[in-house]
Design a protein around this ligand. Structure first.
Ligand code: GTP
Ligand code: SPV
Ligand code: MN
Length: 603
């Protein structure tokens, strides 16, 4: 069967068909008809729930298998030819061996199912910066999510033409059906058979056994981060786990900020922030991934390769993130939330009690709020088109991207790390990014019992090559950008007091911190020098209307030298595992910090 004009694609489809043995093959076109048809079929089979058309038009809810609720880092592999090229932070299996194992699993794995061929573009279709992928999947849930998250269209095939190149992304839920066997609501394979595999030299992705998020929507973490980061290193650009936002001051001046926080640590929220500083406004360019290249003027330009948001549902409320709520008003998909009696969605932290007090929980069981059990899974998600965000930036699809003024790093830290500090220079900024650490979140299944993990640039699970080389790449980019490199900052919205209460109000109030950063870029705001970086005093920040105790804010702007000495020791131990791949400049930064921590604190 000849499906497309592209020989490489036709050959690949034929090869996968032979291996996976599906009942049918469907070439997807990304149209609304296709979306509606697949949704109707999934509603019929019981996999999808059609939500109330009045309350949530054209929207659907899904419940996953209770074992398949997040990314699985222990089953994620960088199968480079040489182990050293995967480095100390990635799982590695020899690619020949891994292909053999996975071919065993893939053989006959689509029996009883339809094989969907999904042509997609990360970045605007046809633009010079976009990358074309084709995902083959046996999950109709993946198809409808890809419609929102990537740009799925037959136009992608037109761009590919007869001999254009694409990144092959193979996905199966890993549950073939025997003759007459009834499908489960959410088919998937057991943990030990799950593989999220990347072959960076071949630019190929093989994913088996999971239907959830980053494990299955292969344009996102697999292509746009793991494969793209390896390509970016070679070609001299950057693929990062970063939100992109435009912050505009009352005079209309734009500042573009790219921020790297680990999974479920506040990117979507910051990207859509409602500023509490009068006259300042945030617009969203992206909420999860940034591809950045140096422009002709020497500055760094960022694009968002995605087309939608795959955002954390719990905690999303009218108060915390009204722009996310507006984005998911219609045409959205919900996974692992509560479906209320009147067929709308609800989750913990939505800002009001579950209407009627009961519904169907994420495990698909009858549930009452009074039971005290969580109704939505902590990593439940919404899939919503970015174009529906009321504050989407008019340049969000501009292939030229937006020029980045500021990099922000951070994570969830209940102790030690102050609200904000600024790097002394770009190399110190790379040090701040490289030593970023965070408490684990529900976005990954299997981070173990650690209370804190180092997560350089929020990229630990997403670097497609050796993390030592990756950190060197940051220094190299700094060298290339010279005095046009973005200014670097480190933030922490998550400090808690001894009663376990967040000390900083966060969300919209984070605009006060962003404004201080912009004022620093313009040389307008003050700061004091501390051993860890430049920091504002309460006098340097715009605090009008902020309802919090000044003493708490002062506490948030203090450096605890003793605690930092301990952190430094942990950072050194962590860096030791990079061996000779640890950039000399990073070693040098560690030594400098050590020396500064010996000094009395100025503040
Ligand atoms: P991924 O999609 O997994 O990459 O996550 P993300 O970085 O986009 O995280 P997101 O913005 O969805 O935030 C995750 C959780 O952090 C949500 O439950 C938010 O309510 C919470 N959160 C975000 N910003 C703040 C903040 O400023 N303060 C506090 N206390 N919580 C926040
Ligand atoms: C993350 O875990 O960082 C996410 C969600 O953005 S997923 O797409 O599942 O990786
Ligand atoms: Mn993410």
């Amino acid at each position: 069967m000849t499906l497309t004009k592209n020989k490489k694609l036709n050959d690949w489809i034929e090869e996968i068909k032979k291996m996976c043995q599906p009942d049918n093959v469907v070439l997807c076109d990304g149209t609304k008809e296709e979306y509606d048809r697949l949704m109707a079929r999934m509603v019929e089979s019981g996999m999808a729930i059609k939500l109330n058309e009045e309350k949530r038009p054209n929207s659907y809810a899904f419940n996953s298998d209770p074992s398949d609720v997040a990314r699985v880092e222990s089953r994620t592999y960088i199968a480079s030819v040489k182990k050293e090229d995967a480095g100390p932070t990635n799982n590695w299996i020899d690619p020949v061996e891994l292909k053999k194992t996975m071919t065993g699993l893939y053989t006959g794995c689509m029996k009883g199912r339809t094989m969907y061929v999904i042509p997609f573009s990360m970045g605007p279709i046809g633009s010079p910066i976009a990358k074309i992928g084709v995902e083959i999947s046996d999950s109709p849930y993946v198809v409808v999510n890809m419609h929102i998250m990537a740009r799925v269209s037959s136009e992608v095939l037109d761009v590919l033409g007869k001999d254009g190149d694409f990144i092959p992304c193979l996905h199966s839920v890993g549950k073939p059906l025997a003759e007459g066997e009834k499908d489960s609501r959410w088919p998937c394979a057991p943990l030990e058979d799950k593989y999220i595999a990347h072959f960076p030299e071949e630019k190929t992705i093989w994913s088996y056994g999971s239907g959830y998020g980053g494990n299955a929507l292969l344009g996102k973490k697999c292509l746009a981060l793991r494969i793209a980061s390896a390509v970016a290193k070679k070609e001299g650009w950057m693929a990062e786990h970063m939100l992109i936002l435009r912050f505009t001051n009352p005079e209309g001046k734009h500042y573009h900020i790219a921020a790297a926080f680990p999974s479920a640590c506040g990117k979507t929220n910051l990207a859509m922030l409602q500023s509490t500083v009068p006259g300042w406004k945030v617009e969203t360019v992206g909420d999860d991934i940034a591809w950045m290249k140096q422009g002709k003027d020497g500055r760094l330009y960022a694009i968002n390769p995605e087309a939608g948001f795959f955002g954390v549902a719990p905690g999303t409320s009218e108060e915390s993130n009204p722009m996310a709520l507006a984005s998911l008003k219609e045409n959205s998909i919900f996974t692992n939330v509560v479906v209320t009696e009147d067929k709308d969605v609800w989750w913990e932290g939505m800002g009001y009690d579950c209407p009627g007090g009961k519904g169907t929980d994420w495990k698909n069981n009858p549930w009452t709020q009074a039971s005290g059990e969580k109704g939505a899974h902590a990593n439940s998600r919404f899939t919503a088109p970015a174009s529906q965000c009321p504050v989407i930036c008019q340049d969000w699809e501009n292939p030229a991207g937006v020029p980045i003024d500021i990099f922000v790093f951070g994570g969830k830290r209940t102790a030690t790390v102050p609200l904000v500090h600024e790097a002394f220079d770009f190399e110190h900024g790379v040090f701040l990014g490289a030593t970023a650490a965070s408490e684990p979140t529900a976005a990954a299944l299997d981070l173990g019992n650690v209370s804190l993990r180092f997560d350089p640039f929020a990229m630990t699970p997403f670097i497609g090559y050796n993390a030592g080389d990756y950190m060197q790449h940051w220094f190299d980019m700094g060298q290339k950008l010279g005095d046009k490199a973005p200014k670097c900052f480190y933030v922490n919205w998550f400090r808690k007091d001894k009663n376990g209460k967040f000390m900083w109000p966060g969300f919209g109030e984070n605009s006060r911190v962003l404004k201080w950063m912009c004022d620093r870029v313009d040389g307008k705001a003050g700061a004091v020098e501390t051993p860890i970086g430049m920091m504002p005093t309460t006098k340097d920040m715009t605090l009008d209307g902020l309802d919090m105790d000044k003493s708490v804010l002062e506490e948030l702007l203090k450096v605890d030298v003793e605690a930092y000495k301990k952190t430094l020791a942990d950072a050194k131990a962590y860096m030791a595992k990079f061996g000779d791949k640890l950039p000399a400049k990073l070693k040098n930064q560690l030594e400098k910090l050590e020396a500064r921590l010996g000094q009395p604190v100025c503040q």
